[in-house]
Design a protein around this ligand. Structure first.
Ligand code: GLV
Length: 329
C-alpha cells in the first residue's frame, strides 16, 4: 500500500490523495501526521473511504468526489482543501451540514490557465496539431499556397463566456492580438470595458458574434450542457470553441456532431466529458478537434503554489485560524 504516516499519534492526521510538488507536505508535517497516497494515479474510491476514516483533514484533487458517502466515512474531518480553483467535485451543502470548512486555490493559477487557453486558441486556429503530424509523417514535400490554411486570430472577435479572473486574464492576452472582446458575466466588468474595450453581451449574442469562444464558467446544475446542440448551432460555422473550464459545460455528443457537420470550425479542449477522454472517443478522430489532458494549471511554479496554498489552508484550520481561501457557502 502506497500510504505512509509520519509518527506522533497525538497530532491531527491529514490525508493527501496524491503526490504533490514543492513544500506542501513539509508544511503539513510541521503540525500534523501526514498520510499520502504516494502515486500519480487516482486513489481508488474504496481506499479513499478507508483511509479517510480517522483523518482530521483531507487535501484532495478535483478527481475526488467529496460527497455525503465520503463524509459519513470520515467522522473526524474538519477541513477539505481542494487543490483546484473549481470545486464541483465537492458537495458544499453536505460539508456545511457537518460544519466542515472547504477551501480551494483561487488566484494562484489564473495566469497559467489563461496562457493555456490562449495556446489552445492559437493552436486550433492555425492548425498546429495537424501541421505537426504532417511533418512527423514525412508528408512535407514543398511550400504550398493552399497547405494547412487556418484562421487569423489577430483582429478576430473573442467571446469570453464567464469573465471572472481567468476569463479576464484571457481577454487581456487577446487585446495584444488586436481582438474585439465580448463577454458574459453576472455583473458588468467596467475595468475590462475601460482597459480592453470589452463589451458585455447576452449569451445568444456571444454565440452569434464570436469567432472564438473561450469558456470560463464554473460547472453547476445551471451551466451543465450550456453548449448543447441548440447553442452550438447558433455559433458561426467559422468559429472555434475553447474549453479550459469543465468538460460537462459542453454536450460531447452535440459537439461531435457540430464538428463533423461543420456547424463550427473546430474545438480545443483541455477538459472533456467524460474525463479522462477514452482513446476510442470519436472526438479524437477529428482533425478539427484538439484535446489535451486537463493541464490548464500545469506549470511547475503554479502547481507548486496550488499545493502549498491547499496545505496552508489545512494548517490554518488545524491551528484554529481562518483558512486563507475558503469556499463561500
Ligand atoms: C482545475 O481545473 C482547477 O479547477 O483548478
Amino acid at each position: 500500500m502506497r500510504v505512509h504516516d509520519t509518527e506522533m499519534p497525538q497530532r491531527p492526521l491529514v490525508l493527501v490523495t496524491r503526490r504533490l510538488p514543492g513544500e506542501a507536505l513539509a508544511l503539513l508535517e510541521r503540525v500534523a501526521r501526514v498520510r499520502v497516497w504516494d502515486s500519480d494515479e487516482e486513489m481508488p474510491r474504496r481506499e479513499l473511504l478507508a483511509q479517510v476514516a480517522d483523518a482530521d483533514a483531507l487535501l484532495c484533487l478535483l478527481t475526488e468526489r467529496v460527497d455525503a458517502e465520503l463524509l459519513a466515512a470520515a467522522p473526524r474531518l474538519r477541513v477539505v482543501a481542494n487543490m483546484a480553483v473549481g470545486y464541483d467535485n465537492l458537495d458544499l451543502a453536505a460539508l456545511a451540514a457537518r460544519g466542515i470548512v472547504a477551501t480551494n486555490t483561487p488566484g494562484v493559477l489564473t495566469e497559467t490557465t489563461a496562457d493555456l487557453a490562449f495556446a489552445l486558441l492559437l493552436a486550433i486556429a492555425r492548425r498546429l496539431p495537424e501541421g505537426e503530424r504532417f511533418v512527423r509523417e514525412g508528408r512535407w514535400t514543398t511550400w504550398a499556397p493552399l497547405l494547412l490554411l487556418g484562421r487569423d486570430v489577430h483582429g478576430a472577435t473573442l467571446g469570453i463566456d464567464g469573465a471572472g479572473r481567468i476569463g479576464a486574464a484571457v481577454a487581456r492576452r487577446a487585446r495584444g492580438f488586436g481582438m474585439t472582446i465580448l463577454y458574459t458575466a453576472r455583473a458588468p466588468r467596467p475595468e475590462l470595458e475601460r482597459e480592453l474595450g470589452a463589451r458585455q453581451v447576452a449569451f445568444d449574442e456571444l454565440l452569434a458574434h464570436s469567432d472564438f469562444i473561450s469558456l470560463h464558467l464554473p460547472l453547476t446544475p445551471e451551466t451543465r450542457h450550456r453548449y448543447d446542440a441548440a447553442a452550438l448551432r447558433r455559433m458561426r460555422p467559422t468559429a472555434y470553441l475553447v474549453n479550459t473550464a469543465r468538460g460537462p459545460l459542453v454536450d460531447s455528443a452535440a459537439l461531435d456532431t457540430a464538428l463533423r457537420e461543420g456547424w463550427i470550425a473546430g474545438a480545443a479542449l483541455d477538459v472533456t466529458d467524460p474525463e479522462p477522454l477514452p482513446a476510442t472517443s470519436p472526438l479524437l478522430t477529428l482533425p478539427n478537434c484538439l484535446v489535451v489532458p486537463h493541464i490548464g494549471s500545469a506549470s511547475v511554479a503554479t502547481r507548486t503554489r496550488m499545493a502549498s496554498l491547499a496545505a496552508e489552508n489545512v494548517v490554518a484550520v488545524l491551528e484554529g485560524r481562518p483558512p486563507l481561501t475558503p469556499i463561500p457557502h
